[in-house]
Design a protein around this ligand. Structure first.
Ligand code: ARG
Length: 465
């Protein structure tokens, strides 16, 4: 005889190996709070609809509260043979409240139940990410405010290209994380939809009120099709994508920190608290946090592909394959949360070395575009101005100096249109200051960006309002 909650039609016990292989309690126990909240809303709705009596509903709700207390106190008796979080909680509830516990599952299947739990869990995770990403945005902003006058080489192809302000460089990341938050908010609207009432796959004959359940749980709405409700996991794919993009953004900044912390750059000094040493080379101070974060990005991408692969070709509706959906999300959730929080701390504690950045401006002819634009402004077609500037660069390179170190005679030998005012144009600060065009690196553009981001950061998130 089987002693499983579903064991009525079984004559033999499940083998131990099968129990161990099919269980999900080792990971879906994480969803206990969402499972209990969902069950409380379901019980309340059953009571309101007259499917169970109001006093039975009350009993179930207080029993569920007790289960939660036991779980949080660490005294809950988790049992692998009960497969998953749902049956563990329901079984314990019945031990606590007696026979009425067996009424909780009326009009419900684990198929809609697990989907509800997971949707709530993913939504809660997304909300935490949004808060953390905004916080990180705030740290970029803070560092940008402190470094509006600091210039460094802006690169393309990892080659010196044009001077930019450090504030502008840092704000580029602030805008990325702002978009990440917006992406989360948009995604969360589709995630926080209740599938409860879809039952196994076809809906139910009980007079349930799915909208009431959704409202109780602070969800935005309910499912429209019971088959879609239990089979769909695109909400989790979207969330995993949001997480993958966050990690992509983090990994790019990590890469820059790794370069910048190298003494040949010397642009940043990481705090001791965020660096590690070498077991053999005493002088080493390694940017391991940035490296590990860059490394974990691969895991987050993998988690997205993991779920995509589970879903590929999966017929309607619920298939047990779907039990695998939680593992990638749980992993990405932890990675994204830890990475965003740690990056905020690390960035706040990073020292930017303005003089090293300034010194780096002199290598790589970062003011060459200025000379070309100068010539173009004197009527020379830009292509030709580009060519003349190239010759100036070659001359400076031959002499081992910067363009600004060439004498006026040398410059005029390349074009008689060059006058003494060229040296103002070749100045790195001038080059930055002249770029106040919308979105440019000029100081006015940068303070406009700062104001925009400040306004956004002072607004509240939809669920905080
Ligand atoms: N542990 C299962 C999961 O995570 C719960 C749903 C089980 N449903 C079923 N029909 N066996 O997907």
């Amino acid at each position: 005889m089987s002693d499983k909650p579903w064991g009525g039609r079984f004559k033999e016990r499940t083998s131990g190996a099968v129990e161990a292989y099919t269980e999900s309690i080792s990971f879906d126990g994480e969803l206990y709070a969402q499972d209990i909240a969902g069950s409380k809303a379901h019980a309340r709705m059953l009571g309101r609809q007259g499917v169970i009596s109001p006093s039975e509903a009350e009993l179930l709700i207080s029993g569920l509260d007790q289960v939660r207390t036991e779980i949080e106190a660490g005294t809950f008796p988790w049992r692998q043979e009960l497969e998953d979080v749902h049956m563990n909680i329901e079984t314990r509830l019945t031990e606590i409240v007696g026979e009425v516990g067996k009424k909780l599952h009326t009009g419900r299947s684990r198929n809609d139940q697990v989907c509800l739990d997971f949707r709530l869990y993913v939504s809660d995770g997304l909300r935490r990410w949004a808060v953390l990403a905004r916080k990180l945005c705030g740290v970029y902003l803070e560092q940008a405010r402190k470094h509006t006058d600091v210039l460094l080489p802006g690169c393309t192809h990892m080659q010196p290209a044009q001077p930019v302000s450090l504030a502008h460089h840092l704000l580029a990341y602030a805008w990325m994380f702002k978009r990440d938050v917006e992406r989360i908010l948009d995604c969360e609207k589709r995630v926080r939809i209740s599938p409860l009432g879809a039952a196994a796959l076809a809906g139910t004959t009980y007079p349930l009120d799915p909208a009431f359940v959704a409202e109780q749980l602070g969800m935005y709405g309910t499912f429209s099709n019971s088959m879609d409700a239990v089979a769909d996991r695109d909400f989790a794919l979207e969330a995993l994508f949001c997480g993958a993009v966050i990690m992509a953004h983090l990994s790019r900044f990590c890469e820059e920190l790794v370069w910048w912390a190298n003494p040949q750059f010397g642009f940043v000094t990481l705090s001791d608290a965020h660096s590690t040493g070498s077991s053999i080379m005493p002088q080493k101070k390694n940017p391991d946090v940035a490296e590990i974060m860059r490394g974990k990005t691969g895991r987050a991408y993998g988690n997205l592909i993991n779920l995509f692969t589970t879903l590929k070709g999966l017929p309607l509706t619920y298939n047990r394959d779907l039990q695998e959906d939680k593992i990638p999300f749980l992993d990405t959730d932890k990675t994204v949360q830890n990475s965003l929080a740690l990056m905020a701390d690390m960035l706040a504690a990073t020292t930017f070395n303005a003089s090293r950045m300034r010194r780096a401006l002199s290598a790589g002819y970062l003011n060459a575009t200025e000379l070309a634009d100068y010539l173009a402004s004197r009527g020379i077609p830009f292509r030709e101005a580009h060519h003349i500037t190239g010759r100036a660069v070659a001359l400076a390179e031959e002499k081992g100096v910067g363009l600004e170190d060439l004498s006026l005679e040398e410059l005029r030998s390349l074009s008689p249109l060059i006058e003494n005012d060229v040296y103002t144009v070749l100045d790195y600060d001038t080059a930055v200051r002249r770029r106040n065009i919308h979105g440019g690196t000029g100081p006015e553009s940068v303070s406009f960006q700062i104001r925009e981001l400040e306004a956004w950061l002072s607004s509240s998130l939809p669920w905080e309002a």
